[in-house]
Design a protein around this ligand. Structure first.
Ligand code: PHE
Length: 419
């Protein structure tokens, strides 16, 4: 792949040196920044909401509607909440500066459930009823793929913050879909990074793959991991499928226990990982569990996933100033149930990046004409929280991946892998 992202690379090397000097040393960084903000805790969330609602003074050139399609209900609600909150923070900041091209930005949030039909209905609703020309979303590849076809047909710009399957931006004939972009790397890279980490860092030889074939993301990632693992000299000694409705993984885990692989690759979302990894621990399986960005959730069962690793887009421990500023603003605006500052996960960071990227594209176009914005996005260079973004010919950013470890009940930074 091309051009190394020098700035983020340097910053990441700095973290690798400081935070990682032993994955065993928990760093204070992720909690330190939010903790410092606690005195302002109580009034912030309400005040922040009021800010979004009280911006009309800035608007001189009308209103710009941005739809946020996020899975607020369904199997993976933390994905939806983080995505919505990251996008709303970016919109609030733009409105505080006077909007974009004099237009006040109005978010239109829809619950798209990480599922094709509700996501397609939400897309049709925001486009046909609300008159939206710009969409941030969906999160899950299997929902974004059908939505991207509607957006292409209606010349609506869509930036998925997080959908990593190649088919989001490229059609079945291999042609790039105009108007469709993403803010994240893609799964051929993510799967390869996972396989190389297993072979070169964990120095393992055998893998067992568990997958849900009806989920484009899971299926793709399993395939890319298998290819890279095998090409790198590893052996896949078992591969079993389940469905998204399954809650009992004992039949598959019995095969894992029999074949004794070094690693189990489970590239699914946290809801499935919580069930399968817990049942594996109960069965006494000691293989290392590995996964992808779908593990990233405040609801990941870290006891069940203890000892595992996953590839991801970002770490809140990154020492770059833009990352720490974002962690601070996010923590000031959003609190958990106990009133503590929330630490933004990769979904929040990517939604924030995708929204800022879109605003920069609209600003550079000097217009909300989607054909013009399509052109400015194609040529943009954008420095995001999750790294520097420029688009390749398929509208995919080429970016580094972060490896996170689940250790001592916490998700900890492990290392960075560049394209
Ligand atoms: N990459 C996942 C998909 O394409 C979505 C995801 C991204 C989930 C980041 C969690 C974190 O479906």
């Amino acid at each position: 792949m091309r051009a190394l992202k020098i700035s983020s690379l340097f910053a990441m090397v700095a973290i690798a040196a400081s935070a990682c000097g032993g994955a065993a040393t928990p760093t204070a960084a992720p909690t330190a920044a939010p903790a410092a903000e606690e005195p302002t805790a109580a009034p912030t969330a309400a005040a922040a909401e009021a800010t979004t609602a009280s911006e009309p003074a800035a608007a001189t050139g009308g209103e710009l509607k941005i739809a946020i399609l996020a899975p607020l209900s369904g199997p993976v609600p933390t994905f939806g909440v983080s995505t919505r909150d990251g996008a709303l923070l970016a919109i609030e900041e733009w409105n505080a500066k006077g909007g974009v091209n004099g237009m006040k930005i109005t978010p239109v949030v829809e619950d798209s459930q990480c599922t094709p039909d509700p996501a397609v209905n939400a897309a049709n609703k925001v486009i046909d009823q609300d008159g939206v020309k710009f969409i941030i979303g969906e999160v899950c590849s299997k929902a974004t793929i059908p939505v991207s076809d509607i957006a292409t047909e209606k010349k609506v710009i869509l930036i998925s913050p997080t959908s990593t399957n190649p088919s989001v931006t490229v059609d079945s004939k291999g042609k790039v879909k105009p108007y469709i972009f993403r803010a994240c790397f893609i799964d051929p890279f993510q799967g390869t990074v996972g396989a190389k980490f297993a072979l070169e860092t964990l120095k393992v030889k055998t893998a067992f793959i568990m997958l849900d074939q009806s989920n484009d993301y899971v299926k793709g990632l399993a395939e890319y991991f298998e290819k890279a693992f095998t090409d790198g000299g590893g052996q896949v000694i078992g591969k079993e499928t389940y469905t998204s409705k399954d809650t009992d993984f004992s039949a598959i885990l019995a095969k894992v226990a029999d074949t004794k692989p070094d690693v189990v690759y489970l590239p699914d979302y946290y809801n499935i990982v919580n069930l399968a990894a817990k049942q594996a621990k109960e069965k006494g399986i000691t293989a290392t569990f590995l996964g992808g960005d779908g593990w990233d959730s405040s609801d990941l069962d870290t006891a069940a996933a203890e000892g595992g690793y996953f590839t991801n887009h970002y770490s809140p421990e990154d020492t770059r100033a833009e990352v720490q500023n974002f962690v601070k603003s996010y923590g000031e605006k959003y609190k958990d149930d106990s009133g503590n500052a929330k630490v933004p996960d990769a979904l929040a960071a990517l939604a924030y990046d995708a929204t800022n990227l879109l605003m920069e594209g609209i600003k550079a176009a000097g217009s909300d004409d989607t054909t013009k914005v399509n052109t400015t996005l194609e040529g943009i260079t954008f420095n995001g929280i999750s790294g520097k973004i420029t688009f390749d010919a398929n509208h995919d950013p080429v970016k580094s991946a972060t490896i996170l470890a689940v250790k001592d009940g916490k998700v900890q930074f492990n290392s960075v892998v560049n394209p």
